[in-house]
Design a protein around this ligand. Structure first.
Ligand SMILES: [Zn+2]
Length: 247
């Protein structure tokens, strides 16, 4: 006997199985990251054909077997098929899905990551927002959701909230000028970059993609967020390698 359950989530990736089937990785609110078998999903007549693609958000009815899930039907809320036309936007998108997959766990409520992915894919479709900035916002907010992000609101050594002028990854984030002293490892961080990072860390997801930054701030975010992520992950993602080749 298997039970039918309904989960809310997003398709992170799919893989063809045999001639007509697919294996689908879903990030869900109810069960965390799960893999489901979608029988016949590659047949042109299948009701699952459109629902079993990356970037599909919706609800999914699954039979829960002893060791796996079987996708029975899906109700699509958003396809985001137009993202496929965005170059290089779509490569950013695949990277974001893989980053969510990397951090996704079974039996965890992934609603925060699902919502972040949703607003981020929408931002990729908005020509007014620079993809490079979207990338750093998504990465930093992902780290916040995972609870392993740089602390940027008070000096990580003495705790004061003024004169926060130096960033030092080994100190877990921001330092005041005095604590940083003459450390050659700390890097000067300007007020705009600090404020941008504080905003990304604390803003609700629906307010994330509402601003632009100067080239100087972008470059600083590239270094700080890029290095933090590289040092906190145990491997480079395939989609990240592809994205960097595309840029
Ligand atoms: Zn200090």
């Amino acid at each position: 006997m298997s039970d039918l359950i309904t989960v809310t989530g997003v398709v992170l990736s799919t893989m063809p199985i045999g001639d007509y089937d697919k294996r689908v990785v879903l990030l869900t609110k109810e069960r965390g990251k799960i893999t489901a078998f979608a029988k016949g999903a590659r047949r042109t007549t299948s009701a699952l054909l459109a629902a079993t693609n990356p970037f599909v958000f919706g609800t999914f009815d699954l039979y829960e077997g002893r060791s796996s899930y079987n996708l029975r039907q899906a109700s699509v809320k958003h396809h985001f098929t137009e993202l496929a036309m965005e170059q290089p936007g779509v490569y950013y998108g695949f990277y974001f899905l893989e980053l969510a997959d990397y951090y996704g766990k079974e039996y965890t409520d992934e609603i925060a990551m699902i919502n972040l992915l949703y607003v981020t894919v929408k931002a990729l479709l908005n020509p007014r927002i620079d993809n490079k900035l979207i990338r750093r916002i998504f990465e930093l907010k992902t780290l916040v959701i995972q609870g392993e992000y740089p602390q940027m609101f008070a000096c990580n050594q003495c705790g004061i909230t003024e004169n926060l002028t130096q960033y030092f990854e080994e100190a877990n984030g921001i330092l005041c000028g005095e604590c940083a002293g003459n450390s050659v490892h700390a890097r000067a961080i300007d007020g705009s970059t600090l404020y941008t990072m504080q905003y990304i860390i604390s803003a609700p997801v629906e307010k994330l993609y509402t601003f632009a930054v100067s080239l100087k701030v972008q470059n600083c975010l590239d270094v700080i967020v890029g290095q933090w992520l590289a040092h906190h992950m145990d491997r480079q993602l395939k989609s990240q390698t592809i994205l960097e080749m595309m840029l």
